[in-house]
Design a protein around this ligand. Structure first.
Ligand code: AMP
Ligand code: MG
Length: 416
């Protein structure tokens, strides 16, 4: 069996290689209420005006604006009340003429002849005489919502590739869409590796640790619209790793954790080579997460993530997450990045790009960031506390309190 020698790449070129290897999944038509958070598979164009007709923005009286000229608290103008229109429309109504008014409810269609609505709170009604006193001057179109002012007929309202928000779901409902096409969820297989890893609930032997990686990944995969396929723990045996990997390769993405370093029992690379996976690199110029395999077989992308819990998560965020999003058609792939003043001193040797766990906050309107403290790649709590990653470039040799650094907001929605 031949194992290619080490291919060491930069973070940027690693991501570029991944994105160039991605195949798009198909679309599927699903009920509207299941679609929030999914990636839209179609451009949505409106076949109606929203709202469908000019209507009142207030409860009040539909009038002609020019008849209110000069109206004040002390010099009201008077209008004869000629009828009423409820929200939901009218079958017939008399047109509004000079100095006449029609009572109108919010959302009800504007009657012919009227060009403004006077809010009820600026009027007084004499019910005996059927006269409305108006205490305020109106301009033409005051308190009228126009047909199509939200969405116009034939307007393209939602673009293929967006992640559907609750507002988007509302828009689709306004367009009478019961179902909507979204990209299918890619199936993402997860394999944990290692004799030392014990499953939740399993009796634990001296020297064993719980399998946290599979669970952080299961949660992340759900979050990014994947269907997780958990295949359990491959013990440190080539045969077992190979058997599980064969099953895993039937999915769109395979993620393994552990077994990619230089230890005697790190078999993942050997097994992948044996199964005909084309390995594109196995080492990245970053910390944590230096050992990471990326390969592909047919349409399946294979990520061999390092085993340390923080390394697993950061490699997922930086590489698997954008791959999943790109595969499911998303147009926005990047976590928001911004500059912040750092309130901690950080030491670093030039060479690799470092991703440190940070706490981002705004002080007097200026972004600040604090290191979460111990940055060991086994300290999963540093990821739990963090709300951002501090990114120190390859050539950086650390930073002092007050320096400006680049941070990535890991809990925020993706941007362009
Ligand atoms: P390895 O690369 O297989 O030597 O694993 C590196 C480190 O990650 C070791 O300390 C492992 O115990 C730890 N590790 C590996 N897999 C997991 C897992 N599924 N959950 C938590 N820690 C793990
Ligand atoms: Mg191992």
């Amino acid at each position: 069996m031949t194992v290619k020698k080490e291919i060491y790449v930069t973070v940027d070129s690693a991501l570029e290689t991944i994105l160039a290897s991605v195949f798009l999944v198909d679309g599927e038509n699903i009920p509207l209420l299941k679609a929030c958070g999914r990636i839209l598979y179609e451009d949505v164009q409106s076949d109606v005006n929203v709202p469908p007709c000019d209507n009142s923005a207030m409860d009040g009286f539909a009038v002609r604006a020019e008849s209110t000229t000069g109206a004040t608290e002390n010099t009201p103008r008077h209008f004869m009340l000629r009828g009423e229109i409820q929200a939901g429309g009218y079958s017939n109504t008399i047109p509004v003429a000079k100095e006449t008014a029609i009572r109108i409810m919010t959302g009800a269609p504007i009657p012919p002849g009227a060009n403004a609505v006077i809010p009820v709170e600026n009027t007084e009604e004499d019910t005996n005489r059927g006269v409305i006193s108006v205490f305020m001057e109106l301009r033409e179109y005051d308190n009228i919502r126009f047909a199509g002012e939200d969405i116009k007929v034939n307007q393209k309202v939602l673009n293929k590739g967006i992640r559907l928000s609750s507002a988007d779901i509302g828009i689709l409902a306004a367009l009478n869409r019961r179902n909507i096409s979204v990209y299918k969820k890619p199936r993402v297989a997860i394999i944990s590796t290692g004799d030392e890893v014990a499953e939740i609930g399993e009796e634990i032997r001296f020297g064993q640790i719980r399998n946290s990686n599979a669970y952080t990944l299961l949660a992340e995969i759900e979050k990014y619209n994947g269907t997780p396929v958990y295949l359990g723990i491959a013990r440190d045996s080539i045969k077992q790793t190979r058997d599980i990997m064969l099953k895993a390769l039937e999915n769109e993405i395979v993620i393994t954790t552990g077994g990619v370093s230089k230890g005697k029992y790190d078999f993942v690379k050997e097994v992948l080579t044996d199964l005909g996976v084309d390995l594109l690199y196995d080492s990245i110029q970053m910390k944590p997460g230096k050992p990471m395999i990326f390969g592909k077989k047919n349409r399946t992308l294979v990520f061999g993530l390092p085993g340390n819990p923080v390394s697993t998560m950061i490699s997922f965020i930086e590489f698997v997450r954008p791959a999943m999003l790109a595969m499911s058609g998303a147009s926005k792939l990047s976590k928001p990045a911004l500059n912040a003043i750092i309130d901690s001193e950080i030491r670093k040797k030039p060479g690799r790009r470092e991703f440190l766990r940070g706490l981002f906050s705004i002080k007097n309107g200026i972004p600040h960031v604090l290191s979460t403290g111990s940055q060991g790649s086994g300290i999963l709590r540093s990821m739990s506390i963090a709300n951002c990653l501090i990114i120190l470039p390859e050539d950086s040799s650390g930073c002092q309190v007050g320096d400006t650094v680049s941070i990535q907001l890991i809990n925020h929605e993706e941007v362009d």
